[in-house]
Design a protein around this ligand. Structure first.
Ligand code: AGP
Length: 617
């Protein structure tokens, strides 16, 4: 997820662009850039890696760039490492390696989204003597616009329309044309853009917070629409180039609230981003109906063992992955905490695969585990959310989850994306080794996960009511068997880390070996129960603790209504192939932890003692 901004009006553009970008930095912060033009002069492009402050310094807070029209971008890399070359804006000509200075280009643009078929489009342009300086999908789109602009000579709207007909993917696109000074063109499909106007000025941004300080009068551009933005006026067009009339609306949100798109906390915003994140992560690896991951099929065929290594929620995703991989393939899987793996004197089978799971890609223990595995010449595969992070760079192969920047310390969307990455690996492995004959059936089932998460999110009021009722408790237990137990590990951590309620996840069959002595009147026990052959066993474990005074809550699937005869409170999740059930059962537990923390008046996004990335031992 990236942030885009634009301005055309009566003031110098650069300071406004930088200010607007600073309100979007949470959308991506591995590099940034702006392009500003002064009338008919060519646009001057300046880019910088790292935080936005680095770009601001390069242009002296914007004072070094003159011009009343410009665009800007803050990047969350999806294609191409974070670098000045890969940073936006991208141009139709060549861009200086340092990413600075005037550019001999007819078209300059920025983009938020993913162009799935950018490789084939790049091949087409190479045949027409285009050359590429970056490995981004965005540069391909900008050059394709330039190609149609020169070929048909029908102006910007036509050139963009012809391009979008060829493009597969998502985009919030912002483009300037040398021949059209003081105009900015935008196009949108499945990525947000809003356009604000005030007297003699127009503002463009990915989110309201970037422009709320300048205007509250905004236009929402719809999917597959384009717009031509001049100083203080906007014209909208459909893909046929016909003008579409639109009225502005007044934004009521405060800037602070808008940054969270109306949610009270980033965590809740990110919980609600999960349907999109799951879809983007799944689609990032599916091409022409098959799974593409960067591990050689022959290696997968000969594989004798898999080790999955991570910390916290990443480790929990690995435990889910272990159950799923062992259900779908004949490969034994061992999951290890990174802080243990790095010091164990553990014999590691030579033809093993070591999977490192990490949202930040910077967790010290996980990075050390990666290096330990590499010292033993084992093949390392990283499942990471931050492009170009240390673990991503040092692993032999990497799978990027498409969760976008995750601001809340308690992970939600990145964990869900990690599950998708592990499911894809399991299906690929099973297909290559012959234990799966119809991978499409499983992938099609995965395609239903986003809408099923949406359905569960509609239950949030019931979960909020339940959390308010139990917010005073000191202890909670999460019990389940198999994949349900793995899901409980994550549910329990969500509860602990943001509401500070002591909770434990337990294999339901293990309680009677000691811990059941802790159960007393009113102890909250949450049972996750979705696995067919284990359902009755887990239910009887719940009844056991219920008979000792526990208050029983259950997370189970639609249709298993007998559960209500035995427990006090039930949350139902849509039916799904039970191999993927962890993607659904975690949602109520994320919401539960969140609402417990809210009911207890705690800082949900920044819980005490914690950091988003633990880069120390
Ligand atoms: C999860 O909510 C926590 N924030 C924490 O357990 C986290 O998952 C762990 O520190 C691993 O971080 P990583 O995924 O960035 O490596």
């Amino acid at each position: 997820m990236c942030g885009i901004v634009g301005y055309v009006g009566t003031r110098q553009a650069a300071p406004i662009l930088l200010s607007a970008l600073s309100r979007l930095e949470y959308r991506g912060y591995d590099s940034a850039g702006i392009a500003v033009r002064d009338g008919a002069e060519l646009a001057e492009v300046v880019k910088a890696t790292g935080k936005l402050a680095n770009l601001s310094m390069k242009v002296d807070g914007g004072k070094a760039l003159k011009g009343f029209c410009g665009i800007g971008h803050t990047r969350w890399a999806t294609h191409g490492e974070p670098s000045t070359t890969n940073a936006h804006p991208h141009v139709s000509g060549n861009c200086l390696g340092s990413g600075c200075g005037p550019v001999e280009s007819d078209v300059v643009g920025v983009h938020n989204g993913i162009i799935e078929n950018y490789q084939e489009l790049k091949e087409k342009l190479l045949k027409h003597d285009y050359r590429f300086y970056s490995n981004t999908d965005t540069e391909v789109v900008i050059k394709l616009i330039d190609y149609y602009y020169k070929k048909y000579k029908l102006g910007p709207i036509d050139a963009i329309n012809r391009t979008l007909v060829r493009v597969r993917g998502t985009y919030a696109l912002e483009v300037m044309f040398k021949d059209y000074p003081d105009e900015i063109y935008v196009a949108r499909k499945d990525a947000p853009i809003i356009i604000g106007t005030s007297a003699g000025e127009s503002f463009i941004a990915s989110d309201v917070p970037a422009i709320i300080n300048y205007t509250q009068s905004v236009y929402y551009i719809d999917n597959l629409e384009l717009a031509r933005i001049c100083a203080g006026s906007v014209h909208f067009y459909d893909l046929n180039g016909d003008e579409v009339p639109k009225e502005p609306t007044k934004v009521e949100l405060s800037p602070q609230a808008a940054e969270k798109e109306g949610f009270e906390h980033f965590m809740m915003k990110e919980i609600h981003e999960q349907p999109r994140v799951v879809k983007d992560t799944l689609h990032s690896a599916i091409k022409d109906g098959s799974i593409h991951i960067d591990i050689d099929d022959e290696f997968l065929k000969k594989l004798s063992r898999i080790y999955i290594v991570g910390c916290g929620s990443a480790y929990h995703a690995g435990v889910v992955g272990q159950y799923v991989i062992e259900r779908l393939t004949d490969v034994p899987v061992r999951v290890e905490l990174a802080s243990e793996f790095r010091y164990r004197k553990m014999p590691l089978a030579k033809d093993s695969l070591v999977i490192l799971v990490s949202q930040s890609g910077e967790t010290a223990d996980t990075l050390a585990a990666l290096r330990a595995a590499k010292e033993k010449s084992l093949f390392t595969y990283a499942i990471v959310n931050v492009v170009g992070s240390s673990i991503a760079r040092e692993a032999d192969s990497v799978f990027y989850t498409m969760a976008g920047p995750e601001i809340a310390v308690a992970t939600t969307k990145a964990y869900s994306a990690q599950l998708i990455a592990l499911y894809l690996l399991a299906i690929k492995l099973g297909t290559v080794r012959g234990s799966i004959t119809d991978p499409k059936e499983l992938v099609d089932e995965m395609e239903t996960i986003p809408e099923k998460i949406e359905a569960i999110l509609k239950e949030r009021d019931r979960i909020q009511w339940f959390a308010a009722k139990f917010a005073h408790i000191k202890d909670a237990f999460f019990i389940g068997r198999g994949i349900d137990y793995a899901s409980c590990l994550e549910g329990s951590l969500k509860m602990k880390e943001i509401s500070y309620v002591h909770s434990e996840a337990y294999a339901a069959g293990e309680l009677k070996h000691g811990t059941i002595s802790l159960i007393e009147d009113g102890t909250l026990v949450i049972g996750v129960n979705t696995q067919d052959e284990l359902f009755e066993k887990t239910l009887s474990n719940l009844v056991e603790v219920g008979s000792r005074g526990a208050y029983l809550a259950a997370i189970t699937e639609n249709g298993r209504y007998s559960m209500e005869d035995s427990v006090n409170f039930t949350v139902y999740t849509p039916r799904i192939n039970e191999i993927f059930s962890a993607s659904l059962t975690v949602i109520p537990m994320q919401l539960l932890g969140y609402y417990f923390a809210v009911a207890r008046g705690l800082d949900v996004d920044k819980p005490r003692n914690l950091a988003k990335s633990v880069t120390v031992e």
